[in-house]
Design a protein around this ligand. Structure first.
Ligand SMILES: [Zn+2]
Length: 426
């Protein structure tokens, strides 16, 4: 099981990523690649690890997502047109400068755009070009400057993505015209880049996941080397059991028929568990973005602090986590700084001093809590990945049985879901 951390709040995340092992990869959304290219190039040179780029092209069909700025109203330029967010403005220009006007007037990209073979070719060639070259070119620019000021020029190795991803759009089912556009885009990406591994992103409605769709994908996308799954608004932690089963059947079938790697572009512990059924990797943000609705407006509103609790395989909101720490033993499954410190305090202090320490942590020191929670989550997720890499399915089931008992213990004090119970019953 390979873990990928999706870059979302780069300036907050980069130190946490750098301080942890290089046993996990990165998912880089293309708009952030455009925006932070130089910084990301330097960062990956210093902290080498596998990565891939999410072209996020589906968003071109929902332009309002590209227009809305952080917590603010839509902005209009002097000509009365909407202004795109900078990172999306750069992304749209990287594909086709001619499309800017369309999005400035808040119009979606129509499927008819891809009826013109020239447009398809331009789109595919530009997608391959920036995925393969943008980081290297960014580093070249930095290097030229650094050579001028006499600094050492960094090596350019490690700046190639692990695999290329074809442009993709959301489709309701295989009769949706966007499904055919996706086939065209994937086929041509592999044709133009036959020496590279190319993955297709299957971006669809969660209820469309079925064995039939898996069979269609195997035959319609047979040239590609792997699949990334993006089931819109599939929040594993709250989905009912029949929905979790649907994901499991889809993944098993796709793997059984294709034998190709399958990664979940947005997932949580269920995706880690599905390693036993053909899921090879899972990507999510640090405490954010373990699911995504294609229609949801993109705003980087300050996220509430959430804490991962390994024994429920899910997050607790701040108050629930505080209650958890006050009433139960801090997690012994995690060796992050936060858990280690809390475990030491729990054994060395009286209950009263420990509880007042927790109070201080959540009031006076809360500034550091956000990054501590992100670091803690990363440790937990890497531990889970290690578990499925080293344990048999029956051993994991035994661990989850213990988790299920624990979840019941907390149920009367904490607002938790019975996620582990549902996983055990799929
Ligand atoms: Zn921890």
């Amino acid at each position: 099981m390979q873990i990928y951390v999706r870059i979302a709040r780069y300036t907050l995340e980069k130190d946490i990523i750098a301080q942890n092992s290089n046993s996990f990869g990165l998912t880089i959304p293309a708009n952030l690649l455009m925006y932070y290219g130089k910084s990301l190039a330097k960062f990956i040179i210093k902290n080498p690890r596998p990565f891939f780029i999410d072209p996020v092209t589906y968003i071109l069909v929902y332009p309002r997502n590209m227009l809305k700025r952080d917590n603010s109203e839509l902005q209009v330029d002097r000509g009365g047109n909407y202004k795109l967010k900078k990172s999306y403005d750069k992304l749209v220009r990287a594909y086709d400068k001619g499309l800017i006007d369309l999005f400035k007037s808040d119009n979606p990209l129509p499927t008819s755009y891809f009826d013109d073979p020239d447009n398809v070719e331009k789109f595919v060639r530009n997608n391959i070009a920036y995925q393969k070259n943008l980081l290297t070119n960014s580093l070249d620019k930095i290097s030229r400057y650094e050579a001028m000021v006499g600094e050492e020029i960094p090596e350019k190795s490690n700046l190639k993505p692990e695999f290329l991803t074809a442009p993709y759009f959301y489709f309701g089912d295989s009769s949706d015209p966007w499904y055919d556009v996706n086939i065209k885009l994937s086929q041509l990406t592999k044709e133009f880049s036959s020496n590279d591994n190319v993955y297709s992103i299957i971006c669809t409605h969660k209820q469309s996941l079925s064995s039939t769709l898996a069979d269609e994908i195997v035959s319609d996308f047979d040239e590609v080397d792997g699949y990334l799954l993006f089931a819109s608004n599939f929040e594993e932690y709250v989905e009912p059991i029949h929905s979790l089963r649907r994901l499991k059947s889809f993944v098993s079938r796709l793997y059984e028929k294709s034998s190709k790697p399958i990664l979940n572009l947005y997932g949580s512990f269920l995706s880690v568990f599905l390693n036993y059924y053909g899921m090879k990797g899972v990507s999510s943000g640090l405490c954010v973005l373990d699911h995504k609705d294609v229609l949801e407006e993109v705003t980087m509103a300050i996220a509430r602090i959430k804490f991962y609790l390994p024994s429920i395989r899910g997050f607790l909101v701040e108050n629930d986590y505080k209650t958890y720490l006050e009433r139960f033993n801090p997690s012994d499954e995690c060796d992050c700084n936060l858990c280690q410190t809390l475990a030491n305090k729990k054994t060395s202090l009286s209950t009263r001093s420990y509880v007042s320490g927790i109070d201080k942590l959540f009031s006076i020191y809360r500034g550091k809590l956000m990054t501590s929670a992100m670091d803690h989550f990363l440790h937990c997720r890497l531990n889970e990945s290690e578990l499925v890499n080293t344990k048999s399915l029956s051993e994991i089931r035994a661990i989850l049985e213990t988790n299920r008992r624990n979840s019941r213990r907390y149920a009367h004090v904490l607002n938790t879901s019975n996620f582990v119970d549902r996983i055990l019953r799929i």
